[in-house]
Design a protein around this ligand. Structure first.
Ligand code: NIG
Ligand code: FE
Length: 416
């Protein structure tokens, strides 16, 4: 049991489905409420007086004084590439001198640079790196993290990455959600035979990963110069037959027809979306696909063209925000910062940005029935912040006021 008492604010969305249209700008804000946690779940929310009347046993519960704190749902990071090795600071430096991400990739840098480091790493070192990054998420109030493979690009090395995620899960209190991203780039052995690499993904990697239950989702980098919409279709349909749900890296650099693929396959998410077509947005809206926006990558790649947030809202498309934590385009696990960039770079309201890292991010991972809002019956995944008002999370844009991260009812991180 745990009783969080007399919170300055309790800030949450409600429900178990993604919030689209204007509802994503609306939060429920309650003052002076307490949260009673029993086991892994939220048992009750109310004033201390009514809670103690209805649950007298709570008098004996350990307590957190909440008068100077606000509570948000535990944040959900719906897009990361956590199991990586190596470092690409020199590519970053080249970009500051005007070389683009796509130019660097064409010259054999980028994803292939990290591929080498991942293939050379021992499973133990890769797991260690994944654990360290997952633990660092806790200091930003994050309680759920999606994590992709995509730097192995062979049966053996994609599995090594997914096993690193599985093994890391045993060592961290937050939840890791694994995604197979074998179609991230063509590995060196298949540079001249893309068809053979896609066959390998469809015939070997997907069936093996699925039968060993190493991933919940399958992702494809669907972008000009990487994988085409037709290839994405083939890979994601095969994944679907093996029980891996589709999500996509979509239309990041140019309009590639990827948002259309996401809609037609009823993907849970289409991510990046700097250049979706109108038809693509209509298809996503019809399918209920969540737009996972990645403003950290926009900033770090010095992109000037951003997703059109008001267009997404007009289409009724729910927006989520993820860090895209990866060594090339967004080397950070700081979802608090990236949430703020949703507002400062993309023009999202503070309320929409909060919705985007809670309910909508959870929905994009098919987890909104369990986490992403503060409601009785949901998992007690919470973040507590030492500010009087949720707007201060944005207003004091350089501070990290995180006080506690609570995963499944247990204090997983406490600021000292
Ligand atoms: O989401 N865009 C593709 N994949 C990653 C970048 C991967 C890398 O550069 O290592 C992304 O930005
Ligand atoms: Fe990514």
């Amino acid at each position: 049991m745990l009783l969080i008492q007399d919170l300055a604010q309790l800030v949450t969305h409600k429900g178990t489905a993604a919030a689209g249209g204007e509802t994503q700008d609306q939060l429920t804000v309650l003052e002076g409420r307490s949260i009673l946690i029993k086991g892994e779940k939220i048992a009750a929310i109310g004033t201390t007086e009514t809670l103690l009347k209805r649950h007298p046993e709570a008098k004996r519960a350990p307590k957190i004084q909440g008068k100077k704190l606000i509570a948000l749902p535990g944040l959900v990071d719906p897009h990361t590439h956590l199991p990586w090795m190596g470092n690409r600071r020199q590519e970053f430096n080249l970009r500051l001198r005007g070389v683009t991400y796509v130019d660097i990739a064409k010259k054999g840098g980028g994803i292939l640079n990290t591929l080498q480091a991942v293939r050379e790493a021992t499973p133990k070192a890769l797991t260690r790196a994944t654990v360290d990054r997952a633990l660092s998420c806790l200091q930003y109030g994050v309680t759920t993290v999606e994590a992709k493979s995509g730097y192995g690009l062979s049966l053996k090395d994609e599995i090594k990455q997914l096993e690193a995620i599985r093994d890391a899960q045993a060592e961290v209190p937050l939840r890791l959600v694994p995604t197979l991203l074998a179609a991230h780039e063509l590995p060196p052995e298949y540079r001249t035979d893309r068809r053979a690499f896609i066959d390998l993904i469809v015939r070997s990697i997907i069936p093996e990963v699925s039968s060993r239950k190493l991933a919940a989702f399958c992702d494809v980098f669907c972008e000009k110069g990487f994988f085409s919409p037709e290839e994405a279709f083939r890979i994601l349909q095969a994944a679907g037959r093996h029980g891996l749900k589709p999500r996509l890296h979509a239309d990041e650099f140019v309009s590639s027809g990827a948002a259309e693929v996401a809609g037609h396959l009823r993907a849970l998410s289409a991510d990046h979306l700097n250049f979706p077509s109108d038809a693509g947005l209509r298809a996503m809206a019809k399918a209920g696909t969540v737009a996972v926006l990645l403003p950290g990558a926009s900033m770090f790649l010095l992109h000037r063209h951003h997703p059109n947030v008001s267009d997404l809202r007009k289409h009724g498309i729910p927006m989520a925000i993820g860090t895209d934590a990866n060594p090339g385009s967004s080397p950070t696990t700081n979802l608090l910062l990236v949430m703020r960039l949703g507002s400062f770079l993309y023009g999202m309201s503070a309320e929409a940005a909060i919705t985007a890292v809670t309910l909508n991010a959870a929905a994009s991972l098919n987890l909104a029935g369990e986490t992403g809002t503060l409601e009785t019956g949901k998992l007690a995944d919470l973040s507590l912040w030492a500010v009087p008002h949720y707007l201060d999370l944005f207003y004091h844009y350089g501070d990290n006021p995180l006080a506690y991260t609570i995963c499944r009812g247990k204090v997983a991180f406490q600021k000292r």
